[in-house]
Design a protein around this ligand. Structure first.
Ligand SMILES: Cc1cc2nc3c(=O)[nH]c(=O)nc-3n(C[C@H](O)[C@H](O)[C@H](O)COP(=O)(O)OP(=O)(O)OC[C@H]3O[C@@H](n4cnc5c(N)ncnc54)[C@H](O)[C@@H]3O)c2cc1C
Length: 527
């Protein structure tokens, strides 16, 4: 298959260096009044389109005692998109719980420290076929159509602001400052899950609250399949001299310091740049490979067959693909590389593997001493570990009660039982639902598929994890269809009884129309 990308440009070597932007500034907005008026009008237009294309009446019964039909944990792009996808199916009783404040959405103004998204700007996504909800329309309303045409990759903070507008326009019902600590299984057949959360903006205000729901979507972001990954040598260092890229890092406190960034992916480059731009004295990046990878396999995957139908392949095909794709490293973006190299105190060391790292308490100027496998000793003030994430459901506290019953690839597909890390991915169903292990008791067989994993562990079953923009349209479509299907099946007996008792007369009078007695009779010729 040939893949062509609208955003592609010539190779870096062909471009005159002076014309390369070293940082991508946010486009100049239209005047505040003009862009706000345009965004208000766009929101109204989007709501009109939702009405035109929407189902015309509710159909899902309310749950008893204030329980929700669906509880979504996490209000990033995945959780908000899930809430909207359910709304498109006219499924009410949906609540989203979000640990963070209303002002911050997902990772985008926290640990995502790049200037732009890496995803192409022109993909189908969380607008779910409502044109006026698409990022392009939002961007054009805010900056003008010329700015969209001139923008290659979407500025990160614009994506954040778009998500805030999307959240408001789609009317997602979110409880903020609500961190879910545990989820409990139903205590009676076909019953509700109970969710425990700590709610409150500050420590002193926090209270424990509970929610009950028939189904739960876990949309926790990159940690959702397990956790951040810290190599043991980094983990052994005390907290005040090390961080993972997902942590809140006080870059101002690193002014003048020597920092070692471990890992040469996108986050490694972004954090190196963020540190140097905040005044760090020097950043040395340590990369195990001999070269920084250049190919991005995600770009190949962005076509409907892959995004929406990978799940429909056989287990053998899915596993073969996952093994191959799992061995392909993700490169940094071109802009991230240029941004770091624009700083004279940035140095990258390839072929550099750590043998050990120790915290030195002998009063030396630099408290971290790293020894590489080839015997080099590097002293540093601080280590930022750009080492990604691990998929291991046993690390998720909210899944603890369900873990023994959740089917993993290693349980269900013999070749995945050889200890390969991908075997730890959950063996998900067509709509991202967890599935119960073959030996699970009948209660668990019933309720486990009412839990949905919309996060990193989905990749073995669905290839693009669903929550990432490369696969989010297909993921949301599949998950919401599956939930609508389940609701129909489980309510069918009551629905059929309702049909049998259905009493709606469309024809009120048999005979000639009686003006003033019957409803008006339209005189149009085609009536
Ligand atoms: C440097 C960098 C560049 C990236 N570039 C791209 C890109 O270009 N395109 C792309 O698609 N992806 C990109 N990503 C990946 C990106 O992080 C994910 O695709 C995206 O965040 C997924 O959205 P999400 O809603 O699943 O997760 P998030 O945006 O992380 O949102 C998850 C939400 O869940 C909340 N939450 C977590 N635990 C709980 C809990 N227990 N209780 C309540 N709430 C909870 C969090 O507070 C958070 O708001 C990038 C990531 C990084 C770090």
């Amino acid at each position: 298959m040939t893949t062509s990308l609208d955003n592609s440009s010539g190779s870096a070597a062909e471009e005159p260096a002076a014309e390369q932007p070293l940082s991508i500034a946010r486009p100049e907005p239209r005047s505040a009044e003009e862009s706000q008026a345009a965004l208000r009008e766009l929101a109204q237009q989007a709501r009109r389109e939702m009405d035109v294309l929407g189902h015309n009446h509710d159909w899902v019964p309310e749950q008893p005692d204030g329980a929700y039909n669906v509880l979504i944990i996490g209000a990033g792009q995945a959780g908000l998109g899930a809430a909207f996808a359910l709304q498109r199916h006219r499924i009410g009783g949906v609540k989203v719980l979000e640990a963070g404040p209303e002002s911050s959405i997902g990772c985008w103004d926290r640990y995502a420290r790049m200037h732009t998204l890496r995803s192409p700007k022109n993909m189908k996504g969380i607008e779910l076929d409502i044109p006026s909800l698409h990022t392009q329309r939002w961007f054009e309303a805010k900056y003008g159509p010329e700015a969209w045409a001139a923008t290659n990759l979407l500025p990160r903070l614009d994506w954040h602001d778009y998500l805030a507008w999307y959240r408001e326009t789609t009317g997602a019902d979110v409880d903020f400052h609500t961190w879910v600590s545990a989820v409990h299984a139903p205590t009676e057949p076909e019953g509700m899950f109970t969710v425990t959360a700590e709610q409150g903006a500050t420590e002193g205000q926090k209270t424990t609250v509970t929610y009950r729901a028939r189904r739960i979507i876990f949309a926790l972001g990159l940690i959702g399949g397990g956790s951040t990954f810290l190599p043991p040598a980094v983990k052994a260092l005390p907290d005040h001299v090390r961080a993972h890229t997902e942590d809140a890092i006080d870059f101002a406190a690193l002014k003048g310091k020597k920092i070692v960034v471990l890992g040469g992916g996108a986050s490694g480059f972004d954090n190196a740049s963020a540190a140097l731009e905040a005044g760090a004295g020097e950043v040395e990046m340590h990369v195990r490979r001999s070269e920084i990878p250049r190919q991005n396999s995600l770009r190949w995957m962005e076509f409907p067959g892959m995004q929406e139908h990978f799940y429909d392949l056989s287990d053998e095909q899915k596993w073969e693909f996952s093994l191959f794709n799992g061995g392909l490293p993700q490169p940094p973006t071109q802009a991230a590389v240029w941004r770091a190299y624009a700083q004279p105190n940035f140095h990258m060391k390839t072929d550099t593997r750590w043998a050990s790292a120790e915290y030195v308490e002998d009063g030396s100027a630099k408290p971290v001493r790293i020894t590489t496998q080839d015997g080099r000793v590097v002293e540093a003030d601080y280590v930022i570990s750009a080492t990604g994430y691990t998929v291991d459901l046993s690390l998720r506290p909210e899944l603890a009660e369900f873990l023994p019953d959740i089917a993993l690839w290693s349980d269900e597909f013999a070749p995945a039982a050889d200890g390969h890390p991908l075997g730890k991915c959950p063996y998900l169903g067509e709509g991202f639902q967890f599935q119960a292990k073959s030996g699970a008791d009948p209660e668990a067989q019933e309720y486990i598929p009412r839990l949905f994993h919309f996060s990193t562990g989905a990749r073995a079953s669905h290839a693009v994890a669903g929550n990432q923009l490369s696969g989010i349209y297909g993921g949301l479509t599949r998950m919401s269809r599956r939930i609508a299907k389940d609701i129909t099946r489980e309510n069918w007996p009551a629905m059929f009884e309702e049909f049998k008792a259905f009493d709606y007369e469309e024809v009120g009078s048999i005979g000639e129309h009686r003006p003033g007695v019957d409803v008006p009779y339209p005189q149009g010729p085609r009536y």
